[in-house]
Write a protein that binds this ligand. Structure first.
Ligand code: ZN
Length: 456
């Protein structure tokens, strides 16, 4: 099936839904015809009123292979992606072992994924205080950008960075036209004495209070300061704040941009579709860092998307084993922090956007075009355009379904969305013209490819 056409009354072209026929040849989009024109192809698929949209890119996924494949893995993660209409992922440099902080660790990851990718996959590199000598080599090995944490990452082999480490990293990364991704939380609380330790236990409210908005706001302010310094020195650095949860930080980001500082941000379906008020105590599947906050904060995040300040919606799919998630004990304090949702981002956001008034066109831009551009492959993915990869999704926005464990493709069937009813069924996913997902099942074979930055 190398030469075919799909015709839809709602094809997403040039930022709008319109009647059109998309021709695919040799894995690329070869032409976009008016609805009435008859295509000269071997196969022709009219899909009527169902939408034809570009494959999404999710730039924030923890696949955890090699080393913690019992948490997730390339096969299960990329099949879940295909099920969710995602044709490109970018994998995080943790929680795999070894963490991806050197060219040799990246090589081990590339060796581990052979024959396992059902969609395309790029890689963020990691920077930790000890890895400065490795950073340049890692960038030259083809990672799409670099990530650091300003707080404990959850695993000891990916330690946090401080101001001086950040300065040093900015100097190196600034030489490359790639983003520096920051998990921005800064533990700025006064140290507590032994009699006055915080107890979280099963209480969601206590957990929420233990990671206040101020931690995010302070870390973002610090990154803006460092970027300002770099700019004054003549260094170019593109700072990117991952998984923005505190809407209070939005004004600082706006002001920094007005100053000419390059700073971008993303948020995630869980911050947009869940709120602290409705999270039951002891339900560890909702635990993530930074935490899911109040409904009023959630509304502000939607406004940030509408205003174009938050440019990406990505999953931050961060699974672990049920044992580490402490599902049985309900202990929020010690449970692994991370939400599993890779497969359901599009229907979740699609459904909730109707409530918050965000246009469907905007959702596609936030989850396909902007994410692909951010990852550095916006010249061939993220849009239905002639010459682009034929990464296409047949999407039925009008059909409702219930998220049930039986339909989950992730390794562990744990998600805070279980039982939730959503609109938007991904019927078919094509990766470079090849059908990889069809009516509830993966089809064909693992045809995805690693995406490395062109360093020539
Ligand atoms: Zn993450």
């Amino acid at each position: 099936m190398n030469n075919f056409a799909i015709q839809s009354l709602r094809t997403f072209v040039d930022g709008a839904f319109k009647p059109a026929t998309v021709l695919v040849k040799g894995g690329k989009i070869s032409a976009i015809l008016d609805f009435e024109e008859s295509p000269d192809t071997e196969e022709f698929y009219p899909i009527g009123n169902k939408m034809l949209i570009p494959g999404l890119t999710d730039t924030h996924v923890h696949i955890n292979e090699p080393g913690r494949t019992e948490w997730e893995g390339f096969i299960t993660a990329t099949q879940a992606a295909a099920a969710g209409g995602i044709t490109a992922l970018v994998d995080m440099p943790l929680n795999c072992t070894p963490v991806t902080t050197s060219a040799s660790a990246l090589k081990q990851k590339l060796d581990a994924l052979e024959g396992k990718l059902w969609v395309d996959c790029g890689f963020w590199g990691g920077f930790v205080p000890e890895s400065l000598p490795e950073l340049d080599g890692l960038l030259k090995a083809g990672v799409l950008g670099v990530k650091s944490f300003t707080i404990h990452s959850g695993i000891d082999d990916f330690p946090m960075v401080g101001r001086e480490d950040l300065r040093a990293a900015i100097e190196v990364i600034g030489e490359y036209d790639v983003p520096y991704l920051i998990h921005a939380e800064l533990d700025s609380d006064e140290p507590r004495d032994a009699d006055n330790q915080r107890v979280i236990g099963e209480s969601y409210r206590s957990f929420l209070e233990s990671r206040p908005k101020k931690w995010e706001n302070d870390a973002i302010d610090m990154m803006i300061e460092l970027a300002r310094e770099a700019k004054a020195r003549g260094d170019k650095i593109k700072v990117h704040i991952v998984h923005l949860s505190s809407a209070e930080a939005i004004p600082a980001i706006v002001r920094a941009r007005e100053e000419g500082i390059s700073i971008t941000t993303e948020t995630c379906p869980h911050y947009l579709t869940l709120s602290a008020e409705t999270i039951p105590d002891g339900s560890t599947i909702f635990k993530c860092c930074p935490p899911i906050r109040e409904l009023s904060n959630c509304r502000e995040l939607w406004r940030g998307l509408e205003d174009g300040i938050i440019e990406l919606i990505v999953s931050d799919h961060s699974p672990c084993t049920p044992h580490l998630k402490k599902v049985d004990s309900g202990d929020l304090e010690t449970a692994w922090g991370g939400v599993s949702s890779l497969q359901f981002g599009l229907p979740l956001v699609w459904t909730e956007a109707q409530k918050f008034g965000l246009a469907p066109e905007k959702i596609i831009q936030l989850m396909a075009e902007n994410t692909a551009t951010f990852a550095g492959f916006g010249d061939r993915k993220g849009k239905i355009e002639v010459g682009f990869d034929a990464d296409l999704v047949v999407f039925d926005p009008d059909t409702e379904f219930v998220i049930r464990p039986e339909i989950i493709e992730h390794r562990h069937k744990l998600t805070p969305y279980e039982g939730r009813s959503v609109f938007g069924v991904v019927e078919k996913t094509y990766l470079k013209g090849q059908l990889v997902w069809n009516s509830g099942h993966p089809v064909g074979e693992a045809r995805g490819e690693p995406i490395l930055r062109d360093v020539s």
